[in-house]
Ligand binder design. Structure first.
Ligand code: NAD
Length: 343
């Protein structure tokens, strides 16, 4: 549990002690650098934050958490017992936080709303292209000396209709890239975004999106309204041979329904950077263990499924921005200011 205490003169009068959960070496590197000169003291814990690990934050002023930390009411109640007054999320999504409980406990919750939409958008398009041109299969084949093209037939992405569910920062960034490919863009959102319209995106009802899109990409947050947005009903309405991509949050897709759609051939390509039960799997090296999640294991058996482990955000630019904005959020709280990133 290394501690980073910047040695230079503190630029701010109020110094925060921050318990940073779910940390990897890259978190320590980027957050440590961003904290230099602030006077804040960061203590890094590899453990996920949950009710059992919350006591590790006793005596700290703030907690810094990530996407698979459990910030439900029980964890927050335990945190609030002993000092921390600030929850600084180093993520845009906040579906893992019980905001009502935080409010009633007097805890301020801040996030990093827009660190690099481009990082997620580019990974989304990478999944589309890799699945379309079957790069994951070609890579393995060529290394084995198999240069046959059988089974690798793709399609011209630029000649297809792409449906974006959620046209906020990431959805619009995806639209911008795909406009360059020449795709027809349709979208569904509870609010229309002029930037998306300016890129030529046509807003349609959700059912029409399911029916018209050759490629569907999910960019809405996980909320009670979007939980299992892609269920067996939605899949039944999709085109046969649809490509489905999810780089948002796993529970937007009902995994059982997706597996059924893959078995019937309704879904011809599935690209996931997120998975509804990823909390026990992602960000860890499990190569020496037997994966206990049967649905995840089933997904891995399909040749037309490509899964990455929540890495869409993982670029140098995004990590620098996350670290910078997280520390700025903490400093604003310490100085009694609003950062504008409060939830
Ligand atoms: P954003 O807030 O800019 O955009 C989200 C959009 O979804 C908004 O336009 C909103 O109106 C829309 N929306 C809300 N409810 C909806 C509904 N019921 N149906 C359709 N649209 C709805 O957020 P963003 O920065 O574009 O991020 C989108 C999501 O991407 C985040 O919520 C997060 O879960 C996910 N994300 C994933 C990664 C990753 O590494 N895989 C990284 C960052 C963000």
């Amino acid at each position: 549990m290394p501690t980073v205490t910047p040695s230079g003169p503190a630029s701010y009068t109020l110094r925060m002690r921050v318990a940073v959960f779910s940390t990897k070496p890259y978190d320590e590197r980027y957050l440590g650098t961003a904290a230099e000169g602030t006077g804040h003291e960061l203590q890094f814990f590899e453990a996920h934050l949950n009710r059992s690990t919350a006591p590790l934050a006793d005596g700290f002023d703030a907690v810094c958490a990530f996407v698979n930390d459990d910030l439900g009411a029980a964890t927050l109640l335990r945190l609030a017992k002993n000092a921390p007054k600030l929850i600084a999320l180093r993520s845009a999504g906040f579906n893992n936080v019980d905001l009502d409980a935080a409010k009633s406990l007097g805890l301020t919750v801040v996030r990093v709303p827009a660190y690099s939409p481009r990082s997620v958008a580019e990974h989304t398009v990478a999944l589309m292209l890799a699945l379309d041109r079957k790069l994951h299969r070609a890579y393995a084949r060529v290394r084995e000396g198999n240069l046959s093209l059988d089974g690798l037939l793709g399609f011209d992405l630029g000649s297809r209709t792409v449906g974006l569910v959620g046209t906020g920062k990431i959805g619009v960034a995806v639209a911008g890239i795909l406009k360059g490919f020449g795709c027809d863009l349709i979208g569904y959102d509870v609010f229309q975004n002029q930037d998306a319209i300016d890129l030529g995106l046509e807003y349609v009802e959700l059912k029409a999106l399911w029916e018209r899109a050759d490629v569907i990409s999910l960019h809405a947050p996980l909320t009670p309204d979007t939980h299992h947005l892609v269920d067996s009903y939605a899949i039944a309405n999709m085109k046969k041979g649809v490509m489905l991509i999810n780089t948002s949050r796993g529970a937007l897709i009902d995994t059982s329904a997706a597996i059924e759609g893959l078995k019937t051939g309704k879904i011809a390509h599935l690209g996931l950077d997120v998975y509804e039960e990823e909390g026990d799997l992602f960000f860890e090296d499990l190569s020496d263990t037997v994966i206990q999640d049967d649905q995840f294991s089933r997904l891995l058996t399909f040749p037309n499924v490509l899964i990455t482990g929540h890495q869409a955000f993982f670029t140098v630019e995004a990590l620098e921005a996350i670290a910078h904005d997280t520390i700025a959020n903490i400093t604003a709280f310490a100085e009694g200011r609003e950062s504008g990133n409060e939830l």
